[in-house]
Design a protein around this ligand. Structure first.
Ligand SMILES: [Zn+2]
Length: 599
Protein backbone atom coordinates (compact mmCIF):
# COMPACT_ATOMS: atom_id res chain seq x y z
CA UNK A 1 0.00 0.00 0.00
CA UNK A 2 2.68 2.40 1.13
CA UNK A 3 4.66 1.59 -1.95
CA UNK A 4 1.82 2.43 -4.31
CA UNK A 5 1.24 5.78 -2.57
CA UNK A 6 4.91 6.57 -2.99
CA UNK A 7 4.65 5.57 -6.64
CA UNK A 8 1.62 7.83 -7.17
CA UNK A 9 3.38 10.78 -5.53
CA UNK A 10 6.37 10.18 -7.77
CA UNK A 11 4.12 9.95 -10.82
CA UNK A 12 2.36 13.25 -9.98
CA UNK A 13 5.76 14.86 -9.42
CA UNK A 14 6.93 13.73 -12.86
CA UNK A 15 3.72 15.02 -14.47
CA UNK A 16 4.02 18.31 -12.59
CA UNK A 17 7.66 18.75 -13.57
CA UNK A 18 6.87 17.84 -17.21
CA UNK A 19 4.06 20.38 -17.30
CA UNK A 20 6.07 23.10 -15.63
CA UNK A 21 8.85 22.58 -18.19
CA UNK A 22 6.44 22.62 -21.15
CA UNK A 23 8.35 24.50 -23.85
CA UNK A 24 5.49 26.88 -24.71
CA UNK A 25 5.74 28.45 -21.25
CA UNK A 26 9.40 29.31 -21.54
CA UNK A 27 9.52 30.46 -25.16
CA UNK A 28 9.27 34.15 -26.17
CA UNK A 29 5.75 35.43 -27.02
CA UNK A 30 4.24 33.97 -30.19
CA UNK A 31 3.34 36.27 -33.09
CA UNK A 32 -0.20 35.64 -34.23
CA UNK A 33 -0.55 34.32 -37.77
CA UNK A 34 -3.19 33.50 -40.37
CA UNK A 35 -2.54 32.85 -44.02
CA UNK A 36 -4.15 31.81 -47.26
CA UNK A 37 -2.10 28.62 -47.19
CA UNK A 38 -4.44 27.32 -44.46
CA UNK A 39 -6.81 26.37 -47.27
CA UNK A 40 -4.49 23.46 -48.12
CA UNK A 41 -5.32 21.71 -44.85
CA UNK A 42 -7.77 18.85 -45.36
CA UNK A 43 -10.63 18.38 -42.88
CA UNK A 44 -10.21 15.53 -40.41
CA UNK A 45 -12.97 13.47 -42.07
CA UNK A 46 -11.29 13.63 -45.50
CA UNK A 47 -10.20 10.17 -46.59
CA UNK A 48 -6.76 11.57 -47.54
CA UNK A 49 -6.15 13.68 -44.45
CA UNK A 50 -2.53 13.29 -43.39
CA UNK A 51 -1.65 12.18 -39.85
CA UNK A 52 -0.33 15.67 -38.99
CA UNK A 53 -3.44 17.37 -40.39
CA UNK A 54 -5.59 15.06 -38.30
CA UNK A 55 -3.94 16.59 -35.21
CA UNK A 56 -4.56 20.14 -36.48
CA UNK A 57 -0.86 20.31 -37.42
CA UNK A 58 0.28 19.99 -33.82
CA UNK A 59 1.74 16.46 -34.00
CA UNK A 60 3.93 14.51 -36.36
CA UNK A 61 3.47 10.76 -36.90
CA UNK A 62 6.19 8.26 -36.02
CA UNK A 63 8.19 6.60 -38.79
CA UNK A 64 6.03 3.46 -39.20
CA UNK A 65 2.84 5.58 -39.34
CA UNK A 66 4.48 7.96 -41.84
CA UNK A 67 5.55 5.12 -44.10
CA UNK A 68 2.18 3.33 -43.79
CA UNK A 69 0.35 6.48 -44.90
CA UNK A 70 2.76 7.00 -47.81
CA UNK A 71 2.39 3.37 -48.85
CA UNK A 72 -1.37 3.79 -49.01
CA UNK A 73 -0.93 6.85 -51.25
CA UNK A 74 1.64 5.05 -53.42
CA UNK A 75 -0.71 2.06 -53.84
CA UNK A 76 -3.47 4.45 -54.86
CA UNK A 77 -1.56 6.50 -57.45
CA UNK A 78 -0.14 5.18 -60.73
CA UNK A 79 2.55 7.89 -60.62
CA UNK A 80 4.14 7.02 -57.30
CA UNK A 81 6.66 4.36 -56.36
CA UNK A 82 8.46 3.64 -53.16
CA UNK A 83 11.83 2.00 -52.67
CA UNK A 84 14.42 1.63 -49.98
CA UNK A 85 17.75 3.30 -50.81
CA UNK A 86 19.56 1.74 -47.84
CA UNK A 87 19.38 1.07 -44.13
CA UNK A 88 19.98 3.36 -41.17
CA UNK A 89 22.37 2.35 -38.38
CA UNK A 90 19.50 0.67 -36.54
CA UNK A 91 18.50 -1.09 -39.78
CA UNK A 92 15.46 0.98 -40.64
CA UNK A 93 14.77 1.31 -44.35
CA UNK A 94 15.57 4.72 -45.82
CA UNK A 95 12.46 5.18 -47.93
CA UNK A 96 12.40 7.14 -51.14
CA UNK A 97 9.16 8.03 -52.91
CA UNK A 98 9.35 8.78 -56.63
CA UNK A 99 6.69 10.75 -58.48
CA UNK A 100 6.88 10.56 -62.27
CA UNK A 101 4.95 9.82 -65.42
CA UNK A 102 4.25 7.25 -66.70
CA UNK A 103 5.07 6.02 -63.22
CA UNK A 104 8.30 4.16 -62.79
CA UNK A 105 10.88 3.89 -60.08
CA UNK A 106 13.79 2.93 -62.32
CA UNK A 107 16.52 5.60 -62.48
CA UNK A 108 17.29 4.85 -66.12
CA UNK A 109 13.68 5.41 -67.14
CA UNK A 110 13.48 8.70 -65.25
CA UNK A 111 16.55 9.93 -67.09
CA UNK A 112 15.15 8.87 -70.42
CA UNK A 113 12.02 10.97 -69.99
CA UNK A 114 14.21 14.08 -70.22
CA UNK A 115 12.39 15.99 -67.48
CA UNK A 116 14.30 17.82 -64.75
CA UNK A 117 14.29 16.04 -61.39
CA UNK A 118 13.77 17.56 -57.96
CA UNK A 119 15.02 15.77 -54.85
CA UNK A 120 13.86 16.99 -51.46
CA UNK A 121 14.27 15.46 -48.07
CA UNK A 122 13.29 16.14 -44.50
CA UNK A 123 14.60 15.03 -41.17
CA UNK A 124 18.35 15.09 -41.78
CA UNK A 125 18.06 16.66 -38.32
CA UNK A 126 15.14 14.53 -37.25
CA UNK A 127 13.55 17.01 -34.83
CA UNK A 128 13.30 19.58 -37.63
CA UNK A 129 10.59 17.63 -39.36
CA UNK A 130 8.40 20.23 -41.14
CA UNK A 131 9.46 19.00 -44.58
CA UNK A 132 8.10 15.51 -43.91
CA UNK A 133 4.56 16.59 -43.07
CA UNK A 134 4.55 19.27 -45.78
CA UNK A 135 5.89 16.64 -48.20
CA UNK A 136 3.05 14.23 -47.41
CA UNK A 137 0.43 16.91 -48.05
CA UNK A 138 2.22 18.15 -51.15
CA UNK A 139 2.61 14.70 -52.69
CA UNK A 140 -1.03 13.87 -52.02
CA UNK A 141 -2.30 17.04 -53.69
CA UNK A 142 0.16 16.55 -56.54
CA UNK A 143 -1.12 13.11 -57.50
CA UNK A 144 -4.79 13.66 -56.66
CA UNK A 145 -5.25 17.18 -58.08
CA UNK A 146 -2.22 18.48 -59.85
CA UNK A 147 -0.58 15.57 -61.66
CA UNK A 148 -0.11 17.66 -64.82
CA UNK A 149 3.05 18.95 -63.13
CA UNK A 150 4.50 15.47 -63.70
CA UNK A 151 4.32 16.06 -67.47
CA UNK A 152 7.22 18.43 -66.89
CA UNK A 153 9.23 17.25 -63.89
CA UNK A 154 10.13 14.18 -61.81
CA UNK A 155 10.13 14.31 -58.01
CA UNK A 156 12.14 12.29 -55.50
CA UNK A 157 11.19 12.60 -51.83
CA UNK A 158 12.92 11.13 -48.78
CA UNK A 159 10.46 11.75 -45.93
CA UNK A 160 13.03 11.16 -43.17
CA UNK A 161 16.76 10.87 -43.86
CA UNK A 162 17.55 10.17 -40.20
CA UNK A 163 14.85 7.70 -39.09
CA UNK A 164 16.83 6.53 -36.02
CA UNK A 165 16.95 10.11 -34.73
CA UNK A 166 13.29 10.48 -35.70
CA UNK A 167 12.26 7.55 -33.50
CA UNK A 168 14.37 8.88 -30.60
CA UNK A 169 11.45 11.21 -30.00
CA UNK A 170 10.08 13.07 -26.99
CA UNK A 171 8.66 16.40 -25.88
CA UNK A 172 12.13 17.35 -24.64
CA UNK A 173 14.10 17.10 -27.88
CA UNK A 174 14.18 20.71 -29.09
CA UNK A 175 13.54 23.23 -26.38
CA UNK A 176 13.77 26.27 -28.69
CA UNK A 177 11.13 24.97 -31.09
CA UNK A 178 7.36 25.57 -31.04
CA UNK A 179 6.07 22.11 -31.91
CA UNK A 180 5.21 19.49 -32.96
CA UNK A 181 4.35 18.01 -29.56
CA UNK A 182 7.01 15.33 -29.79
CA UNK A 183 10.17 15.79 -31.83
CA UNK A 184 13.01 13.56 -32.89
CA UNK A 185 16.68 14.00 -32.05
CA UNK A 186 19.29 15.87 -34.09
CA UNK A 187 21.87 13.12 -34.55
CA UNK A 188 21.68 9.51 -35.75
CA UNK A 189 21.97 6.34 -33.65
CA UNK A 190 25.78 6.84 -33.42
CA UNK A 191 25.31 10.45 -32.30
CA UNK A 192 26.67 11.70 -35.63
CA UNK A 193 25.28 14.80 -37.32
CA UNK A 194 24.38 13.86 -40.90
CA UNK A 195 24.66 17.48 -41.97
CA UNK A 196 28.38 17.50 -41.17
CA UNK A 197 28.99 14.25 -43.02
CA UNK A 198 28.75 15.23 -46.67
CA UNK A 199 32.50 15.03 -47.41
CA UNK A 200 33.73 12.38 -44.95
CA UNK A 201 30.70 10.18 -45.76
CA UNK A 202 30.84 7.98 -42.65
CA UNK A 203 27.15 7.50 -41.87
CA UNK A 204 25.01 4.91 -43.66
CA UNK A 205 22.33 7.58 -44.17
CA UNK A 206 24.53 10.08 -46.02
CA UNK A 207 26.26 7.27 -47.91
CA UNK A 208 22.85 6.14 -49.18
CA UNK A 209 22.10 9.71 -50.24
CA UNK A 210 25.42 10.00 -52.12
CA UNK A 211 24.70 6.71 -53.91
CA UNK A 212 21.28 8.08 -54.86
CA UNK A 213 22.90 11.24 -56.32
CA UNK A 214 25.15 9.01 -58.42
CA UNK A 215 22.37 6.84 -59.71
CA UNK A 216 19.66 9.39 -60.41
CA UNK A 217 20.32 12.57 -62.25
CA UNK A 218 19.10 15.17 -59.78
CA UNK A 219 18.80 18.74 -61.06
CA UNK A 220 17.68 20.46 -57.88
CA UNK A 221 18.15 19.34 -54.28
CA UNK A 222 16.36 20.75 -51.22
CA UNK A 223 17.32 20.03 -47.61
CA UNK A 224 14.66 21.15 -45.12
CA UNK A 225 15.47 22.23 -41.53
CA UNK A 226 14.26 24.41 -38.65
CA UNK A 227 16.58 26.99 -37.10
CA UNK A 228 16.58 28.90 -33.83
CA UNK A 229 18.98 31.77 -32.97
CA UNK A 230 17.42 35.22 -32.89
CA UNK A 231 13.69 35.96 -33.13
CA UNK A 232 12.23 37.63 -36.23
CA UNK A 233 8.97 37.74 -38.18
CA UNK A 234 10.16 35.60 -41.10
CA UNK A 235 8.79 32.08 -40.90
CA UNK A 236 10.77 30.57 -43.77
CA UNK A 237 14.37 31.40 -44.62
CA UNK A 238 16.43 29.67 -47.25
CA UNK A 239 19.78 30.03 -48.92
CA UNK A 240 22.58 28.90 -51.17
CA UNK A 241 26.09 30.26 -51.70
CA UNK A 242 25.86 33.70 -53.25
CA UNK A 243 29.32 35.19 -52.56
CA UNK A 244 32.10 33.67 -54.67
CA UNK A 245 30.19 30.44 -55.32
CA UNK A 246 31.87 27.39 -56.86
CA UNK A 247 28.79 27.24 -59.12
CA UNK A 248 28.18 30.83 -60.32
CA UNK A 249 25.72 30.01 -63.11
CA UNK A 250 23.62 27.86 -60.80
CA UNK A 251 23.69 30.54 -58.10
CA UNK A 252 22.47 33.10 -60.64
CA UNK A 253 19.53 30.87 -61.63
CA UNK A 254 18.62 30.21 -58.00
CA UNK A 255 18.72 33.91 -57.23
CA UNK A 256 17.16 35.42 -60.33
CA UNK A 257 14.65 32.76 -61.33
CA UNK A 258 13.83 30.51 -58.42
CA UNK A 259 13.94 32.96 -55.49
CA UNK A 260 11.78 35.46 -57.32
CA UNK A 261 8.99 32.92 -57.94
CA UNK A 262 9.25 31.30 -54.54
CA UNK A 263 9.15 34.61 -52.65
CA UNK A 264 6.14 35.80 -54.62
CA UNK A 265 4.23 32.58 -53.93
CA UNK A 266 5.10 32.67 -50.22
CA UNK A 267 3.96 36.29 -49.90
CA UNK A 268 0.74 35.50 -51.79
CA UNK A 269 -0.11 32.75 -49.34
CA UNK A 270 0.66 34.78 -46.22
CA UNK A 271 4.23 33.76 -45.44
CA UNK A 272 7.36 35.81 -44.78
CA UNK A 273 10.39 34.52 -46.69
CA UNK A 274 13.93 35.84 -46.20
CA UNK A 275 17.48 34.76 -46.89
CA UNK A 276 19.11 32.73 -44.11
CA UNK A 277 19.54 35.01 -41.08
CA UNK A 278 22.43 34.13 -38.78
CA UNK A 279 23.41 36.84 -36.30
CA UNK A 280 27.04 37.63 -35.59
CA UNK A 281 26.03 37.90 -31.94
CA UNK A 282 22.65 36.54 -30.76
CA UNK A 283 22.63 39.09 -27.93
CA UNK A 284 23.38 42.08 -30.13
CA UNK A 285 21.66 42.40 -33.50
CA UNK A 286 23.43 45.67 -34.27
CA UNK A 287 26.62 43.63 -34.71
CA UNK A 288 25.09 42.39 -37.97
CA UNK A 289 24.23 39.15 -39.71
CA UNK A 290 26.32 36.85 -41.86
CA UNK A 291 26.02 35.81 -45.47
CA UNK A 292 27.32 32.33 -44.79
CA UNK A 293 29.51 30.42 -47.22
CA UNK A 294 28.89 26.82 -46.21
CA UNK A 295 31.88 24.51 -46.47
CA UNK A 296 31.18 21.18 -48.21
CA UNK A 297 30.58 19.23 -45.00
CA UNK A 298 27.08 20.81 -45.16
CA UNK A 299 24.47 19.86 -47.77
CA UNK A 300 24.38 23.33 -49.32
CA UNK A 301 28.17 23.74 -49.39
CA UNK A 302 28.50 20.26 -50.83
CA UNK A 303 25.94 20.99 -53.56
CA UNK A 304 27.78 24.17 -54.53
CA UNK A 305 31.11 22.28 -54.72
CA UNK A 306 29.74 19.49 -56.92
CA UNK A 307 27.61 21.79 -59.11
CA UNK A 308 24.35 20.35 -57.84
CA UNK A 309 21.83 23.18 -57.32
CA UNK A 310 21.09 22.94 -53.60
CA UNK A 311 18.91 24.96 -51.28
CA UNK A 312 19.03 24.88 -47.51
CA UNK A 313 15.61 25.70 -46.02
CA UNK A 314 15.52 26.89 -42.41
CA UNK A 315 12.06 27.48 -41.02
CA UNK A 316 11.96 29.58 -37.89
CA UNK A 317 11.62 27.58 -34.68
CA UNK A 318 9.48 30.15 -32.83
CA UNK A 319 6.70 29.93 -35.42
CA UNK A 320 3.99 27.32 -34.88
CA UNK A 321 4.42 23.90 -36.44
CA UNK A 322 1.32 24.61 -38.51
CA UNK A 323 2.68 27.85 -39.95
CA UNK A 324 6.02 26.20 -40.73
CA UNK A 325 4.50 23.16 -42.44
CA UNK A 326 2.25 25.35 -44.58
CA UNK A 327 5.12 27.64 -45.55
CA UNK A 328 7.13 24.57 -46.59
CA UNK A 329 4.17 23.31 -48.63
CA UNK A 330 3.96 26.62 -50.54
CA UNK A 331 7.73 26.63 -50.97
CA UNK A 332 7.70 23.12 -52.50
CA UNK A 333 4.86 23.99 -54.80
CA UNK A 334 6.59 27.15 -56.05
CA UNK A 335 9.88 25.28 -56.53
CA UNK A 336 8.13 22.61 -58.62
CA UNK A 337 6.33 25.20 -60.73
CA UNK A 338 9.60 27.04 -61.36
CA UNK A 339 11.43 23.84 -62.25
CA UNK A 340 8.61 22.90 -64.63
CA UNK A 341 8.81 26.26 -66.38
CA UNK A 342 12.54 26.93 -66.26
CA UNK A 343 14.17 23.56 -65.72
CA UNK A 344 15.95 23.57 -69.07
CA UNK A 345 17.64 26.89 -68.19
CA UNK A 346 18.78 25.37 -64.93
CA UNK A 347 20.23 22.40 -66.81
CA UNK A 348 22.13 24.80 -69.08
CA UNK A 349 23.51 26.56 -65.98
CA UNK A 350 24.62 23.24 -64.48
CA UNK A 351 26.37 22.29 -67.73
CA UNK A 352 28.25 25.62 -67.76
CA UNK A 353 29.42 25.22 -64.16
CA UNK A 354 30.43 21.61 -64.78
CA UNK A 355 32.59 22.54 -67.74
CA UNK A 356 34.16 25.65 -66.22
CA UNK A 357 37.84 25.05 -65.44
CA UNK A 358 39.64 27.34 -63.01
CA UNK A 359 43.37 27.70 -62.43
CA UNK A 360 43.04 28.31 -58.70
CA UNK A 361 40.38 27.42 -56.15
CA UNK A 362 39.61 28.93 -52.74
CA UNK A 363 39.75 26.10 -50.17
CA UNK A 364 39.00 27.94 -46.94
CA UNK A 365 36.95 30.94 -45.92
CA UNK A 366 37.03 33.50 -43.14
CA UNK A 367 35.13 36.55 -42.00
CA UNK A 368 37.07 39.71 -42.42
CA UNK A 369 36.11 41.56 -39.27
CA UNK A 370 38.70 44.24 -39.94
CA UNK A 371 36.90 45.49 -43.02
CA UNK A 372 33.71 47.45 -43.02
CA UNK A 373 30.81 45.37 -44.36
CA UNK A 374 29.93 46.32 -47.92
CA UNK A 375 26.30 45.25 -47.66
CA UNK A 376 23.41 45.63 -45.30
CA UNK A 377 20.38 43.41 -44.83
CA UNK A 378 16.89 44.73 -44.15
CA UNK A 379 14.55 42.27 -42.50
CA UNK A 380 11.33 42.08 -40.51
CA UNK A 381 12.44 41.57 -36.95
CA UNK A 382 11.13 41.43 -33.42
CA UNK A 383 11.98 43.92 -30.69
CA UNK A 384 14.12 42.82 -27.78
CA UNK A 385 15.41 44.27 -24.54
CA UNK A 386 18.49 43.63 -22.52
CA UNK A 387 18.46 43.03 -18.80
CA UNK A 388 20.87 42.09 -16.08
CA UNK A 389 20.37 38.46 -15.24
CA UNK A 390 20.71 37.24 -11.68
CA UNK A 391 20.97 33.73 -13.13
CA UNK A 392 23.90 34.26 -15.52
CA UNK A 393 25.33 37.28 -13.74
CA UNK A 394 25.55 39.04 -17.11
CA UNK A 395 23.44 41.02 -19.54
CA UNK A 396 20.90 38.78 -21.31
CA UNK A 397 18.28 39.28 -24.02
CA UNK A 398 14.50 39.03 -23.81
CA UNK A 399 12.44 38.91 -27.05
CA UNK A 400 9.27 40.96 -26.70
CA UNK A 401 6.90 39.61 -29.39
CA UNK A 402 6.54 43.10 -30.95
CA UNK A 403 7.33 43.56 -34.62
CA UNK A 404 10.18 45.85 -35.61
CA UNK A 405 12.11 46.51 -38.82
CA UNK A 406 15.88 46.19 -38.87
CA UNK A 407 18.61 47.13 -41.27
CA UNK A 408 21.90 45.70 -40.12
CA UNK A 409 25.42 45.12 -41.50
CA UNK A 410 25.64 42.02 -43.68
CA UNK A 411 29.03 40.29 -43.54
CA UNK A 412 30.32 37.91 -46.16
CA UNK A 413 33.11 35.37 -45.93
CA UNK A 414 36.18 35.83 -48.06
CA UNK A 415 38.58 33.21 -49.42
CA UNK A 416 41.30 32.64 -46.81
CA UNK A 417 43.52 30.40 -48.95
CA UNK A 418 43.75 29.66 -52.64
CA UNK A 419 45.42 26.63 -54.21
CA UNK A 420 46.65 26.07 -57.70
CA UNK A 421 44.69 23.21 -59.26
CA UNK A 422 47.02 20.43 -60.51
CA UNK A 423 46.37 18.35 -63.60
CA UNK A 424 45.77 15.27 -61.52
CA UNK A 425 46.04 13.73 -58.06
CA UNK A 426 47.53 10.34 -57.21
CA UNK A 427 46.26 8.17 -54.37
CA UNK A 428 48.42 5.21 -53.38
CA UNK A 429 46.90 1.73 -53.36
CA UNK A 430 47.54 1.61 -49.60
CA UNK A 431 44.50 3.91 -49.11
CA UNK A 432 41.56 1.96 -50.56
CA UNK A 433 39.30 3.68 -48.00
CA UNK A 434 40.02 7.12 -49.50
CA UNK A 435 39.66 5.78 -53.05
CA UNK A 436 36.30 4.24 -52.10
CA UNK A 437 35.04 7.53 -50.65
CA UNK A 438 36.08 9.42 -53.78
CA UNK A 439 34.19 6.89 -55.91
CA UNK A 440 31.14 7.35 -53.68
CA UNK A 441 31.30 11.07 -54.48
CA UNK A 442 31.06 10.19 -58.16
CA UNK A 443 34.64 11.15 -58.98
CA UNK A 444 36.11 9.39 -62.00
CA UNK A 445 39.60 7.89 -61.86
CA UNK A 446 42.01 5.55 -63.61
CA UNK A 447 43.41 2.60 -61.72
CA UNK A 448 47.05 1.64 -62.16
CA UNK A 449 47.41 -1.97 -63.41
CA UNK A 450 51.19 -2.39 -63.02
CA UNK A 451 53.75 -0.42 -60.96
CA UNK A 452 54.15 3.09 -62.33
CA UNK A 453 56.86 5.66 -61.60
CA UNK A 454 55.56 9.23 -61.47
CA UNK A 455 57.14 12.57 -60.62
CA UNK A 456 54.71 14.23 -58.20
CA UNK A 457 54.53 17.06 -55.74
CA UNK A 458 53.92 15.99 -52.13
CA UNK A 459 53.14 18.21 -49.18
CA UNK A 460 54.99 17.95 -45.89
CA UNK A 461 53.20 19.35 -42.83
CA UNK A 462 55.13 22.25 -41.33
CA UNK A 463 52.66 23.52 -38.77
CA UNK A 464 49.53 21.77 -37.59
CA UNK A 465 47.32 21.39 -34.54
CA UNK A 466 45.30 18.44 -33.34
CA UNK A 467 41.92 19.45 -31.95
CA UNK A 468 41.77 19.20 -28.14
CA UNK A 469 38.47 17.25 -28.27
CA UNK A 470 36.82 15.00 -30.86
CA UNK A 471 34.27 16.47 -33.24
CA UNK A 472 31.75 14.17 -34.94
CA UNK A 473 33.69 11.23 -33.53
CA UNK A 474 36.96 12.30 -35.15
CA UNK A 475 39.98 14.21 -33.92
CA UNK A 476 40.36 16.96 -36.45
CA UNK A 477 43.72 18.18 -37.67
CA UNK A 478 44.08 21.87 -38.36
CA UNK A 479 46.70 22.45 -41.02
CA UNK A 480 48.41 25.80 -40.75
CA UNK A 481 51.39 25.43 -43.06
CA UNK A 482 52.63 22.89 -45.59
CA UNK A 483 55.76 22.72 -47.74
CA UNK A 484 55.72 21.34 -51.26
CA UNK A 485 58.42 18.79 -52.25
CA UNK A 486 59.17 16.95 -55.50
CA UNK A 487 59.24 13.16 -55.22
CA UNK A 488 59.52 10.29 -57.64
CA UNK A 489 56.94 7.78 -56.42
CA UNK A 490 56.33 4.26 -57.67
CA UNK A 491 52.59 3.65 -57.49
CA UNK A 492 51.58 0.03 -56.91
CA UNK A 493 48.73 -1.63 -58.80
CA UNK A 494 45.44 -0.46 -57.31
CA UNK A 495 46.68 3.14 -57.01
CA UNK A 496 44.65 5.71 -58.89
CA UNK A 497 45.30 8.77 -61.01
CA UNK A 498 42.45 11.26 -60.78
CA UNK A 499 42.25 14.02 -63.35
CA UNK A 500 40.91 17.37 -62.16
CA UNK A 501 39.50 17.88 -65.67
CA UNK A 502 36.09 16.47 -64.79
CA UNK A 503 32.73 17.88 -63.66
CA UNK A 504 33.51 17.18 -59.99
CA UNK A 505 37.05 18.55 -60.22
CA UNK A 506 36.37 21.34 -57.71
CA UNK A 507 34.97 18.88 -55.18
CA UNK A 508 38.05 16.69 -55.71
CA UNK A 509 40.35 19.62 -54.83
CA UNK A 510 38.31 20.37 -51.70
CA UNK A 511 38.52 16.73 -50.57
CA UNK A 512 42.27 16.40 -51.07
CA UNK A 513 44.02 19.72 -50.48
CA UNK A 514 45.48 19.91 -46.94
CA UNK A 515 44.34 23.48 -46.38
CA UNK A 516 40.73 22.68 -47.25
CA UNK A 517 38.67 22.67 -44.06
CA UNK A 518 36.74 19.59 -45.18
CA UNK A 519 39.60 17.59 -46.68
CA UNK A 520 40.12 14.02 -45.56
CA UNK A 521 43.40 15.15 -44.00
CA UNK A 522 41.71 17.75 -41.77
CA UNK A 523 39.00 15.22 -40.86
CA UNK A 524 41.73 13.03 -39.39
CA UNK A 525 42.10 10.29 -42.01
CA UNK A 526 45.91 10.58 -42.21
CA UNK A 527 46.97 10.73 -38.57
CA UNK A 528 49.51 7.95 -39.21
CA UNK A 529 51.84 10.49 -40.85
CA UNK A 530 52.11 12.33 -37.52
CA UNK A 531 54.10 9.41 -36.09
CA UNK A 532 57.80 8.97 -36.83
CA UNK A 533 59.04 5.40 -37.02
CA UNK A 534 62.51 3.74 -36.71
CA UNK A 535 65.00 5.16 -34.20
CA UNK A 536 68.74 5.55 -33.61
CA UNK A 537 70.85 4.59 -30.59
CA UNK A 538 73.08 7.16 -28.91
CA UNK A 539 76.17 5.03 -29.48
CA UNK A 540 75.41 5.05 -33.22
CA UNK A 541 74.54 8.69 -33.64
CA UNK A 542 77.78 9.80 -31.94
CA UNK A 543 80.17 8.41 -34.61
CA UNK A 544 77.65 9.31 -37.33
CA UNK A 545 77.64 12.94 -36.19
CA UNK A 546 81.46 13.04 -36.10
CA UNK A 547 81.55 11.75 -39.67
CA UNK A 548 78.92 14.23 -40.86
CA UNK A 549 80.73 17.17 -39.28
CA UNK A 550 84.04 16.13 -40.83
CA UNK A 551 82.50 15.81 -44.27
CA UNK A 552 80.42 18.97 -44.20
CA UNK A 553 81.88 22.26 -42.87
CA UNK A 554 78.57 24.01 -43.61
CA UNK A 555 76.81 21.60 -41.25
CA UNK A 556 79.38 22.39 -38.57
CA UNK A 557 78.55 26.09 -38.84
CA UNK A 558 74.83 25.33 -38.64
CA UNK A 559 75.34 23.18 -35.54
CA UNK A 560 77.34 25.94 -33.84
CA UNK A 561 74.56 28.36 -34.70
CA UNK A 562 71.99 25.99 -33.20
CA UNK A 563 74.03 25.78 -29.98
CA UNK A 564 73.42 29.49 -29.44
CA UNK A 565 69.99 28.41 -28.22
CA UNK A 566 70.68 27.62 -24.58
CA UNK A 567 67.75 25.25 -24.21
CA UNK A 568 68.94 23.25 -27.18
CA UNK A 569 72.56 23.33 -26.01
CA UNK A 570 71.53 21.84 -22.66
CA UNK A 571 69.47 19.02 -24.16
CA UNK A 572 71.75 16.08 -25.10
CA UNK A 573 68.88 14.16 -26.69
CA UNK A 574 67.89 17.07 -28.91
CA UNK A 575 71.52 17.52 -29.98
CA UNK A 576 71.79 13.89 -31.07
CA UNK A 577 68.41 14.10 -32.80
CA UNK A 578 69.61 17.15 -34.68
CA UNK A 579 72.17 14.99 -36.50
CA UNK A 580 69.85 12.02 -36.96
CA UNK A 581 67.30 14.30 -38.58
CA UNK A 582 69.88 15.53 -41.08
CA UNK A 583 71.14 12.04 -41.89
CA UNK A 584 69.77 9.78 -44.65
CA UNK A 585 68.64 7.29 -41.95
CA UNK A 586 65.84 9.54 -40.73
CA UNK A 587 62.17 8.63 -41.51
CA UNK A 588 61.57 10.24 -44.92
CA UNK A 589 57.82 9.83 -44.67
CA UNK A 590 57.41 11.65 -41.40
CA UNK A 591 54.69 14.34 -41.83
CA UNK A 592 54.55 13.58 -45.56
CA UNK A 593 50.98 13.65 -46.91
CA UNK A 594 50.86 10.77 -49.40
CA UNK A 595 48.43 12.26 -51.92
CA UNK A 596 50.44 13.23 -55.00
CA UNK A 597 49.86 16.29 -57.15
CA UNK A 598 50.80 16.07 -60.79
CA UNK A 599 51.23 19.42 -62.50
ZN1 LIG B 1 19.09 21.55 -38.95
Amino acid sequence: MKRSIKFLIALFAVIFISQSHCAAQILPPELSWQGRSEKFIRPTDDSWVSPAERSGLTQTPDYPATIAWLRKLVDHSPYLSMLSIGKSGQQRDLWLVTAAKPGTAAPADLQKNGRPTLLFHAGIHAGEIDGKDAGLMFLRDLVLKNSRLLDKINILFIPVLNPDGHENSSQFARVNQRGPEKMGWRTNARNLNLNRDFTKAETPEVRALLRLLQKWQVDLYIDIHVTDGIDYQHDITYGFTTKNPYSPQIAAWLKQTLSKNVNKALHDFGHFPAPLIFAMDNKNLEAGVVNWTASPRFSNGYGDARHLPTILVENHSLKSFKQRVLGTYVFLQAVCNTLAENGQNLRAAIAKDETMRRKTLPVSWAYDHQNEPTDSLAFLGVAYEKFNSAISGAEEVRWLGKIKKYKVPYYSQKPASLVEIPQAYWIPASRPDIIEKLRLHGIEMQEVQKPQKVMVELYRLQKYKLAPAPFEGRVRLEVEKVKSEKHEVTYAPGSVRISTDQPKGDLLVLLLEPESQDSFLQWGYFHEILQRTEYIEGYVVEPLAQKMLAENPQLKAEFEQALQDEKFAQNPRARLQWFYQRSPYYDRNYLLYPVGRQR
